[in-house]
Design a protein around this ligand. Structure first.
Ligand code: PEP
Ligand code: MG
Length: 471
């Protein structure tokens, strides 16, 4: 069928060549059926365009479908399945879109045309609220907007502790369009550019030129401030319709991220060419996801060096000294941190995956979400180990997983000595607000205690105690 799609695309008659889309759609549906997958991939979110203020209620939404939502019409979504750390949930957060991702009965209990309140902060859905409830929520919304206005006073303030210790506070972005929101919220850099979102919602992988323009735009907008581009991280809960991938028993342990790129070197080659070209326009750093070994780092370094040499020989302008880093997302990377960092310029801890792999708890499985806790002593100790190794090597380390934006966790991370935090743009001011309440000493003694604690409960207790003293 892929061959048929290609043949149809090559036809000159525009009517006939457009049939390639139909064939592609048919192919996807057939593969879904044969592999017994659910039908979420068939939901056409573009059909919602004509409805104002829509709230989508679905069995599930893929990250691709989420990225395609038209925010002129969609005000929120509710899904029966999904976990709080799925990329769908992360995307909703960065778009500022209220979302509830694990409401098993939503499809039975909500009907087309119902009036809905989605209280994502409390995880509550109110179906057809009475007049009083509706008024109460309208009031709450107004208060929330006022509070947000107040927080905006912090937008141009540096991120620092009460005694002036500065932390680099960067934004997580998904596509080049997100950079406007990041700047608007005062990001001092981009700590995680999830480049795979550029590859989603398309019929084929973006060309080198398309990628170059997107990366260059972000780098230029950041105006000399760092932009950390993460190379393609497909696999796990993110797939691409045009990339045929075998159905895996454990996708999060499967052919994901650099593993997929090693298997399809042309994708990585194209992406690195685009990235290295964009480095001529600002401060671009390149970061690789899902690393488990020195061999991988060496292989990636060779590919990056080859690309750089190739561009130089073609006299294409490129930046000097492009830093190369890796995400620490696997227990292997934690255990090997001291050796890995010797061959790298920096680390960024991907706590979403690190928590999932340290604790062997699927980040997308709502049935075990009570076990998913970045404030588990094992995760904290892993992070401490990575921070200490990195600093001993004279390098820097950031955290770009969701825990960086969580009030309690951010206190511990800064206390442990993390140099940079990268969070969804709408949450940048919240992190500033939290850190400004404590001195560096308070946070480091908290972190010391936390790193020796035996249970998550003890850790929570220690943090809560310090929060209370700040009053
Ligand atoms: C992480 O794993 O913490 C991370 C930032 O990457 P992603 O959430 O995209 O897997
Ligand atoms: Mg990750």
């Amino acid at each position: 069928m892929s061959e048929n799609v290609k043949q149809l695309q090559q036809l000159e008659d525009p009517y006939l060549s457009a049939r390639a889309d139909d064939m592609e759609d048919l192919k996807k549906r057939m593969i879904n059926r044969i592999q017994n997958r659910d039908s979420a991939g068939d939901l056409d979110v573009s059909e919602l365009d004509t409805r104002k203020n829509a709230i989508i209620v679905a069995d599930n939404l893929s990250p691709t479908q989420t990225i395609e939502l038209d925010l002129n019409y969609v005000r929120g979504f509710i899904t029966a399945e999904g976990g709080g750390l799925s990329h769908t949930a992360i995307l909703a957060k960065s778009l500022g879109l209220p979302a509830i991702v694990n409401s098993p009965d939503c499809l039975q209990e909500i009907n087309e045309g119902d009036l809905l309140v989605v209280d994502a902060a409390q995880g509550l859905i109110v179906v057809n609220p009475d007049e009083q409830t509706l008024q109460d929520y309208q009031q709450k919304l107004a208060e929330l907007q006022q509070q947000n206005e107040k927080m905006r006073l912090l937008v141009n303030q540096p991120a620092q502790t009460r005694d002036g210790h500065k932390i680099a506070l960067f934004a997580n972005i998904g596509t080049e369009k997100d950079i406007a929101l990041a700047k608007d919220n005062g990001a001092e850099g981009v700590g995680l550019f999830r480049s795979e979102f550029l590859f989603m919602g398309k019929k084929q992988a973006p060309s080198e030129e398309e990628q170059f323009l997107a990366y260059r735009h972000v780098v230029e907008q950041m105006d000399g401030n760092p932009v950390i581009l993460r190379t393609l991280d497909i696999g796990g809960d993110k797939d691409l319709a045009y990339l045929e991938m075998a159905k895996e028993m454990n996708p999060f342990l499967g052919k994901r991220a650099i593993r997929l790129c090693f298997d399809k070197p042309e994708i990585l080659h194209t992406q690195l060419r685009a990235a290295v070209r964009a480095s001529a326009y600002g401060k671009l750093k390149i970061m690789f996801p899902m690393v488990i070994s020195i061999e991988e780092i060496r292989a990636l370094r060779t590919i990056l060096d080859d690309v750089t040499r190739e561009l130089r020989s073609q006299q294409v302008p490129i930046g000097s000294n492009i830093e190369m880093g890796a995400m620490v997302e696997t227990p292997a990377a934690v255990m090997m941190a001291a050796q890995l960092i010797e061959e790298l310029d920096f680390f960024s801890i991907g706590s979403n995956d690190l928590t999932q792999y340290m604790l062997a708890v699927d980040r997308c499985n709502p049935d075990i979400s009570h076990l998913y806790n970045p404030l588990h002593p094992a995760v904290i100790r892993a992070i401490k180990q990575v921070v200490d190794c990195t600093h001993r090597a004279g390098k820097w380390v950031g955290v770009c997983g969701e825990m960086a934006a969580c009030e309690k966790a951010s206190m511990v991370l800064v206390g442990l000595g993390v140099d940079e935090l990268s969070v969804s743009s709408p949450l940048l001011v919240n992190v500033k607000q939290t850190l400004s309440q404590y001195t560096r000493q308070e946070l480091s003694s908290l972190a010391q205690q936390v790193a020796n604690a035996a249970t998550s409960e003890e850790i929570e207790g220690m943090i809560n105690k310090l929060i209370k003293t700040a009053g």
